[in-house]
Design a protein around this ligand. Structure first.
Ligand code: UDP
Length: 554
């Protein structure tokens, strides 16, 4: 009954074939050779980089795997493009976004400089259409470009909570299928969150529109409850970690939120597969720190070999040399260590892991600065000692590279131990998590194991299983998946990683279908107080089209 091996192998093979193999390439090793050759500057580095990728200990993000050593040569996943309030500049931004998306990069925009819907146009002869209508233009451009690329372009559309059009913006995606190439987020300053926290909902927030704090806040909460959008970004928290404040404030992030960037900056991402660092039930810390060093070198080299979509992006990126090193396979690591995702030990480990990774990354960046020089804006940064890169760490979703690596995505808990995946490959498979299978299959009779799979496939949890011969209390605690974990734990884990991460974190805070709007309000305030830079909440069942799901009859 279990199709784990066949299903997962097919998924990885299909992903490799459709996304990463270039002409003349047959297997993963060929991809690693091409990428290592393009990124390495010495034969020693070539061997190191090849081994990192071939063993799947570290993988750069998709654009690097797709484009390194090819005619495109564009390696970054994240971009932020400014949008100014004139026709010329707007269409320049659309063009830049199209050029980026053609190469598989994702673009983030803050539309707050665009004058509100209905205001007089600059020429005085008409009226402006406002940020929401404009997003339709960018969305359409992505739709067209997507036919040329290997991966769907992604956009992040941001609006400041003080903008006059904030309510239509929050509602812009309420009908599923509209602005489908956009994630939308509201940028919220501390002043607004403080008022919401203090319950001062009747205070006027926007004197021009008369909108009150409570009205805007409940629009955000409603949107999240209805279908998971808008996401939320915390402006002051993001800018407390602006390492080059003299270059301006940060107003936007890339599509999945892990990279707050200045206008025209781009960033290369790469992720370390944590699950491979567990040896005999213990973490090999030395090996982890050593891998971090090599990964930093890898991502830093990319900045110099990258082919930038437009010159301005190359200039902005080279000034600060930001890179985004992150992790994947965190939940798999916990399983191998026998730690439930929602345990105090997991929280402590999250903190220690990211602390060590960030520290090892900074150490390597200092070494690189001694060898090759600090980033050009170093003197204008808050770094005192030499640094090759203004920021080093970010945790990406690893949506596709975690499939290649065969590990749990980013720092997310496993969605369900038995699940269905749609849209990635034509044939739909019931998939079983390999560590779940390895644990239960050998110890249960064939019929008990089949029963267990069917139960988890249908209900998505082990916690309601009464038969302790099939699943013990301890096993129920260890094998908790996304929906068995409270929103508070989701946020606590994100906050633990965030405390030691220069940039941001992509993570979904899962909530059950019967969640009340008050819980969403509480979660937003709690997340802000815990120091998250932003968050995405998803309530089960609130969207029709999802990639991962339980048995179809559900
Ligand atoms: N991204 C994109 N299109 C996509 C998926 C991702 O442009 O379909 C960009 C986006 O900026 C996102 C980043 O790539 O934040 C990293 O995403 P992820 O880690 O899932 O990418 P992977 O390297 O696993 O393909």
């Amino acid at each position: 009954m279990s199709e784990t091996k066949e299903g997962l192998d097919l998924l990885a093979a299909e992903t490799l074939r459709s996304r990463y193999l270039r002409e003349g390439e047959e297997d993963w090793k060929d991809v690693c050779e091409r990428v290592a050759k393009a990124v390495a500057t010495t034969t020693e580095e070539y061997t190191e980089f090849f081994n990192l990728m071939n063993s799947k200990v570290f993988l750069p993000s998709s654009p690097t795997l797709m484009n390194a050593g090819t005619a495109s040569g564009q390696l970054s996943a994240c971009f932020v493009i400014p949008v100014e309030d004139s026709i010329e500049e707007i269409f320049d931004s659309v063009k830049t976004a199209a050029l980026i998306q053609k190469t598989g990069g994702g673009t983030g925009f803050n539309f707050s400089k665009i004058r509100p819907d209905g205001s007089p146009s600059a020429s005085g002869t008409g009226t402006a259409s406002g940020p929401v209508a404009l997003m339709g233009l960018f969305n359409q451009a992505t739709e067209i470009v997507k036919q040329f690329g290997r991966r769907r372009g992604a956009n992040m559309g941001i609006l400041d909570i003080s903008h006059n059009d904030i309510i239509p913006f929050i509602r812009a995606k309420r009908t599923e299928g509209i602005l489908s190439n956009f994630n939308i987020s509201v940028m919220i300053p501390d002043a607004f969150m403080s008022l919401a926290d203090e319950g001062r909902m009747n205070e006027i927030w926007n004197s021009k529109t008369g909108a009150k704090v409570g009205e805007i806040f409940s629009e955000v909460v409603d949107g999240i409850w209805k279908n998971g959008e808008p996401g939320v970004l915390f402006y002051n928290r993001i800018n407390r970690d602006n390492f080059t404040p003299s270059l301006g404030d940060i107003h936007a992030t890339n599509p999945c939120g892990e990279e707050p960037l200045l206008p025209f900056e781009s960033c290369n991402l790469g992720s370390i597969n944590l699950s491979l660092f567990v040896e005999d039930g213990k973490i090999n810390w030395d090996s982890l720190r050593e891998t971090v060093g090599k990964a930093v070198r890898f991502l830093d080299n990319e900045i110099d070999v990258n082919v930038y979509p437009v010159p301005k992006i190359g200039e902005a990126t080279r000034k600060t040399r930001k890179i985004g090193l992150g992790v994947m396979g965190f939940h798999d690591m916990l399983l191998k260590l026998g730690l439930p995702y929602n345990s105090t030990e997991a929280l402590k480990l999250a903190e220690k892991l990211m602390g060590q990774i960030n520290w090892a990354a900074v150490r390597e960046s200092r070494k690189l600065a001694a060898e090759k020089g600090s980033f050009p804006e170093h003197e204008n940064s808050i770094w005192k000692l030499p640094m090759r890169n203004a920021t080093l760490t970010a945790i990406a979703p690893t949506g596709t590279i975690s499939i290649l690596a065969g590990c749990s995505a980013g720092i997310e808990p496993v969605f369900s131990w038995v699940y269905r995946r749609t849209r990635t490959v034509e044939k739909e498979f019931m998939l079983v998590h390999p560590l779940f299978e390895a644990h239960f299959k050998p110890k249960l009779s064939e019929s008990d194991y089949s029963w267990l799979l069917e139960h988890v496939y249908t209900h998505g949890t082990l916690k309601d299983i009464k038969n302790s011969k099939v699943v013990s209390g301890e096993e129920k605690r260890l094998f908790r998946s996304a929906l068995d974990i409270s929103w508070k734990t989701h946020i606590d884990i994100q906050a633990a990683f965030q405390r030691h991460c220069h940039a941001g974190i992509s993570k979904t805070i899962n909530m059950p279908a019967n969640t009340k709007k008050e819980d969403i309000e509480k979660a937003l305030i709690y997340a802000w107080k815990q120091g998250l830079k932003g968050l995405t909440i998803y309530r089960t069942g609130s969207r029709q089209h999802v990639v991962l799901s339980l048995k179809k009859s559900q």
